[in-house]
Design a protein around this ligand. Sequence first.
Ligand code: 2BA
Length: 109
Amino acid sequence: MKLIIAIVQDEDAARLISSLMNEGYFVTKLATTGGFLRAGNTTLLMGVEDAKLQGAMAVIEKICKSRRQIATSPSPVAGTTGTYMPYPIEVMVGGATIFVMNIEQFVKL
Ligand code: 2BA
């Protein structure tokens, strides 16, 4: 069995969860915040049988889209006046960041 931890954009989360549930996956949704943009994103936890791992990955790949986002620079540069001068930067946020882990034990009580 595997644990999939998938960090996705909020815009894709509802559709992704519906699609996964329709295909028989169990999903837990966490409201999370990206460290770089300091903006909300969604993290999904999914325990899946090994044989269903690729199916889950395919659903995530189909639904989650990369998008450009404008963010304020995380480390403002100090100007000559001593004031901070944050500047806008454009980043490409991926469709999904996915970690797959082996599960040693899975128990439901
Ligand atoms: P954030 O940390 O808010 O990052 C949003 C996007 O900003 C990233 O998209 C990437 O394009 C850019 N970015 C992040 N850190 C950066 C840095 N140190 N320098 C330059 N650009 C940077 P993604 O890579 O697609 O990541 C989307 C979200 O997935 C991240 O939101 C974070 O919540 C999570 N994530 C990504 N990689 C991770 C990792 N290795 N460990 C834990 N969480 C991760």
